[in-house]
Design a protein around this ligand. Structure first.
Ligand code: FBP
Length: 553
């Protein structure tokens, strides 16, 4: 493989790790834990893995002798920068325990375990991928690992390869499934430990013990660089409004973090739209008012950040999508047989009166996108819905109406963008390279300590890496019961943007100034080599949240 000079230099980067991971590790076990809610139900569903203590690693003195161990690893769901370093950390960790240990990667996600597709990850392969972006070492996939037949099928290959521990690197759904798998293998005495690692650029797998999911840092920095470049272009030509949709299927953390980094004129936060029970019309009017206000000052340009999940947070749209989900779940085959040109009329006919009206009012392309295939977890594929175009069009129409009433006098020309895939496989920032390697090494240490049903946790990450706190959190501790496909299920609680949380409050306190004034920040590209204040800074979200934690403690 031909490599750029940066790739070569980056391959030699040695991730910084907490001091506790550098030498002999002592395991400190805390008090028994409880799930965040629905304790009785979750305890009943996870009799073998419920209530385990939080684990904190400390510097130890007594070196343990470990027998060789074979470990399997799976990358699950969307790509996130740093995944290869998690695998490198696991590899180095198990080799440090015993040089004869082996690591196997299951190919293209959880499906690889069920279909027995795997490869051994040797030191040559691992070295090739250290500090690189992407998940291409073994690939990823969205197969949902949830049925006992799948677990049994997986166990066959685990036994064949003498694998006694499996690390699942994924988001909230994949880690929920990792916990179900850990419980099942414990129940049947399979002799396989299961450990999870928190991944997703969306940033919605976090809590007091998991400060952030990996990849969020790098992805937000990539998007902020590009938005900054657009803002500079925008401020140079002064002729376009840029509507920029950003990934983040359920939560608006990415949009919020980018807003904190670049200070755009508008950033919509889906969680606020839902809390205020706003309609699509309200969102359109809000943006149109900002455009009109800036136009009054002679500024016919600006930037609007839109989280990709917005459409699902608008209460009326949420109801519509829910009815569409039910309809399509029960009538998928019939619907697919209908001619494309007749599908819209068919849906309008089948929906309740209220939802039918909303559906009929949507532009053709958005209506079509709402009826496209769901992902394996039953989610609408919001990355395919062109909300940025929808809003740009609707704001244009609203401004025309305002102009007729004498409420607006300006020029409105738009450019639309969607940033998502550009950032998911970027070379990990120093933060993600260090954090991911530490997570992987932590996972291997939990395996060495014989643990199962835990997620690797590395905390205190706004401090220098040497002071980071590594350990494990029982996955059941993060669970609650939620309705999924009409049934109550135990799931890891998703972290949405908290409207009373520091990051949102900082944004809300400044957004009116950012709307009116042109106060753009141009963050520039991620820097890998240079002073720590340029290269190693965590996200603004994490810095603000950490300050809040310190104030509370
Ligand atoms: P994960 O939650 O699996 O990490 O994926 C998140 C994400 O990047 C979302 O931001 C986006 O909506 C989705 O993946 C897109 O998925 P796909 O790659 O399947 O198009």
């Amino acid at each position: 493989m031909t490599k750029s000079a940066l790739q070569i230099a980056r391959a030699a980067y040695e991730p910084k790790v907490p001091n506790t991971l550098k030498g002999i590790v002592k395991i400190d076990e805390g008090e028994p834990t409880q799930s965040v809610s629905h304790q009785e139900e979750i305890k009943k569903l996870f009799p073998n893995t419920y209530g385990m203590p939080i684990i904190k690693f400390e510097e130890g003195t007594e070196k343990q002798n470990h027998a060789p161990i074979n470990v399997g690893v799976i990358l699950s769901g969307g790509q996130a920068p740093g995944g290869h370093n998690v695998i490198a950390g696991i590899f180095d960790g198990i080799k440090n325990m015993n040089q004869e240990s082996r690591l196997y990667g299951f190919i293209l996600g959880p499906g690889g375990l069920v279909d027995h597709k795997y490869m051994e990850l040797t030191s040559d392969i691992i070295d090739e991928y250290r500090n690189t972006g992407g998940f291409d070492m073994i690939g990823s996939g969205r197969t949902k690992l949830e049925k006992e037949e799948q677990f049994d099928k997986g166990l066959e290959i685990l036994k064949e390869l003498n694998i006694s521990a499996l690390v699942i690197i994924g988001g909230d759904d994949s880690n929920t499934n990792a916990c179900v798998l850990a419980e099942y293998y414990a129940k049947i005495g399979a002799g396989v430990q299961v450990i999870g690692c928190p991944k997703t650029i969306d940033g919605d797998l976090k809590n007091d013990m998991i400060e952030t999911s990996f990849g969020f840092d790098t992805a937000c920095k990539v998007y902020s660089e590009v938005i900054g470049n657009i803002q500079r272009d925008c401020n140079s030509a002064r002729k376009y409004w840029h509507f920029i949709k950003l990934m983040g299927r359920s939560a608006s953390h990415i949009a919020l973090e980018c807003a904190l980094q670049v200070q755009p004129n508008v950033c919509i936060i889906s969680e606020e739209v839902e809390a205020k029970n706003q309609s699509l019309d309200d969102v359109v009017q809000y943006i149109a008012n900002v455009v009109a206000e800036r136009a009054a000052d002679g500024n016919n340009f600006g930037t609007v950040l839109i989280p990709e999940g917005l459409i699902e947070f608008i209460p009326a749209m949420k109801k519509l999508i829910s009815e569409l989900n039910d309809y399509l779940a029960h009538n998928e085959e019939e619907f697919k047989r209908i001619k494309r040109s007749h599908q819209r009329a068919h849906i309008i006919d089948k929906l309740s009166e209220e939802n039918s009206k909303i559906y009929a009012s949507l532009p053709e392309n958005v209506a079509r996108q709402l009826t496209m295939d769901r992902d394996p977890h039953g989610n609408v594929q919001v990355s395919l819905i062109e909300t940025e175009k929808l809003l740009a069009e609707m704001v244009g129409k609203r401004l025309a109406e305002m102009e007729e009433k004498g409420e607006y006098n300006g020029k409105f020309a738009t450019q639309v963008h969607f940033f998502g895939y550009e950032g998911r496989c970027a070379a990990p920032s120093n933060y993600d390279a260090d954090y991911c390697y530490s997570l992987g090494y932590t996972a291997s240490t939990l395996i060495g300590a014989g643990k199962t049903g835990y997620m690797a946790s590395v905390r205190n990450t706004t401090a220098q890496a040497a002071e980071w706190i590594a350990g494990g959190v029982p996955i059941t501790m993060m669970m609650n019961m939620e309705r999924r496909h009409g049934e109550m299920k135990p799931v890891i609680q998703k972290a949405l943007v908290k409207l009373d949380g520091g990051p949102f409050r900082v944004f809300a306190g400044q957004r009116n100034d950012w709307a009116k004034n042109t106060d753009y920040v141009y963050p520039g590209p991620i820097q890998y080599f240079g002073p720590a204040e340029v290269c190693d800074q965590p996200t603004k979200t994490l810095q603000i949240e950490q300050e809040e934690r310190l104030q509370k403690s």
